[in-house]
Design a protein around this ligand. Structure first.
Ligand code: NDP
Ligand code: HSE
Length: 435
């Protein structure tokens, strides 16, 4: 016997790498999804820029339109997969205003206009679902928002950008060239429309803001996230990291800090040295992983595909089923929890361990001078490895591991080292995370 379900009209905005796969899966598995959602999900239309553009999958031509507004205004659930700020923001506000629930994968929009969208949804009792906005197919938004709602998250260390992990991994395993690997990531549909968002860490910073907001019940604006990308990482830095027992990963680190009885948080994105024995070191290709430490639960690791059209479509469709269930059952929407309102400390006050690589002349007293500069800056040395190259005019490479130091102290000390007569060059300065 076929169950008669209430019909819900689903509007899809965007049919690119993710949207085309969402449409295909929705059409292919409609009956099954209806049983799970308790509602028939009717794909009412797909708004795009160019209805004649080639698509990754075959989709019925008659579903396509360039009139996003009319599509949105007649929908119960709106899936926004256009990306960027406008017209995505306006369409989502129109959807909420007309009583629809929204599903989006748009981290750029959520990280910059999240509070506006959530407030608009709260006012009318609608919901905004965004599982695909951080770490692609990996369920991490629900675990942070629901499963860990009774715990206190202490730290998140995440590989949350597939493109940069793919690039660093191929540089590490094949000695591949940065530009060539980036072109492959674009071809495979991992990279953002403008890949600067990936390689300069903007995409990871947006995801870090979203994850930290959920984990610490605090609104984290994007400009409070310290961000560095991977464009300065060279093959020789990767080789040196390997020799020292590390891999280089672009990390999003969200941390709860405690000092003098008060709490604050730090949210930062940068390439860091991760010990080869850490679970994050074995995250390869475009995969993502989010390592969460919580007071009661201990360490949890969420791992899987962080990018890719069909993989991300899985997370989007999970949200569509949730939105349909809520639409049928009624009740208030899923609100954001920002009550803790913890202060966000600037990067200068964050402490980590560092590895500093210097080229110095191989002469008596050089090591003592370098050690003196570090000591004057209040940076304590944990390890030193020296290698010497050349015979007539030998130069030495010093790899110095520090104890924990504040970013402020470290960067003033590195400036002093760069000025020092015995230092020929500062080759690299990388933080160490996950020890
Ligand atoms: P694409 O660039 O592949 O697709 C964008 C789609 O939006 C295209 O179909 C395009 O239409 C349509 N579009 C663009 N502008 C307009 C407009 N003004 N009006 C109507 N339609 C428009 O993006 P992705 O599928 O890669 O990404 C979609 C979202 O998912 C983004 O927010 C992205 O950050 C996020 N995301 C992507 C992942 C991935 O692996 N790709 C993973 C996780 C999240 P047309 O085809 O006609 O040009
Ligand atoms: N460009 C993003 C990435 C897509 O490489 O991770 C997933 O958000």
């Amino acid at each position: 016997m076929t169950t008669e379900y209430r019909r819900l009209r689903v509007a899809l905005l965007g049919a690119g790498a993710v949207g085309s796969q969402v449409a295909a899966l929705l059409l292919r598995h409609g009956d099954e999804l209806a049983d799970r959602a308790g509602a028939a999900l009717e794909l009412a239309g797909i708004a795009v820029r160019d209805v004649d553009a080639p698509r990754d999958v075959d989709l019925p031509k008659e579903l396509f339109t360039t009139d996003a507004e009319s599509l949105v205004l007649g929908a119960d659930i709106v899936i926004e997969l256009i990306g960027g700020i406008e017209p995505a923001r306006t369409s989502i506000l129109q959807a909420i205003g007309s009583g629809a629930d929204v599903v989006t994968a748009n981290k750029a929009l959520l990280a910059t206009h999240g509070p506006e969208l959530f407030e608009a949804a709260d006012r009318v009792g609608a919901s905004v679902y965004y599982e695909a906005a951080a770490a692609g197919a990996i369920p991490i938004i629900r675990p942070l928002r629901d499963s860990l709602a009774g715990d206190r998250v202490v730290r998140i260390m995440g590989i949350v950008n597939g493109t940069t992990n793919y690039i660093l991994d191929r540089m590490e395993t094949e000695g591949a060239d940065f530009a060539e690997v980036l072109a492959d990531a674009q071809r495979l549909g991992y990279a953002e429309a403008d890949p600067t968002a990936d390689v300069e860490g903007y995409d990871a910073a947006q995801k870090a803001a979203i994850l930290a907001s959920l984990a610490f019940h605090t609104a984290v604006p994007l400009d409070a996230v310290h961000r560095e990308g991977i464009t300065s990482i060279t093959a020789s830095m990767i080789d040196e990291a390997r020799s020292a027992g590390f891999v280089i990963k672009l990390l999003a680190v969200c941390e709860r800090l405690e000092a003098d009885g008060s709490e604050s948080i730090s949210v930062r994105v940068y390439p860091a040295l991760v010990p080869q024995s850490h679970p994050l070191a074995s995250v390869h290709g475009a995969n993502n992983a989010v390592f969460v430490e919580a007071e009661a639960a201990g360490s949890l690791m969420f791992y899987g595909a962080g990018a890719g059209g069909v993989q991300t479509a899985s997370a989007v469709l999970g949200d569509v089923v949730s939105a349909a269930r809520r639409h049928i059952a009624g009740g208030v929407g899923v609100g954001e929890s920002t009550r803790a309102n913890l202060p966000i400390v600037p990067i200068g006050h964050v402490t980590t361990r560092y590895q500093i690589t210097l080229e110095v002349s191989d002469a008596p007293g050089v090591l003592a001078t370098v050690a003196g500069t570090l000591s004057d800056g209040g940076v304590s040395v944990a390890t030193v490895v020296q290698t010497v190259e050349g015979e007539a005019e030998p130069t030495a490479r010093l790899v110095i591991g520090t104890h924990r130091a504040t970013e402020q102290a470290l960067s003033a000390t590195v400036d002093a080292l760069a000025e020092s007569a015995v230092v020929e060059g500062v080759v690299s300065v990388l933080r160490v995370e996950g020890e």
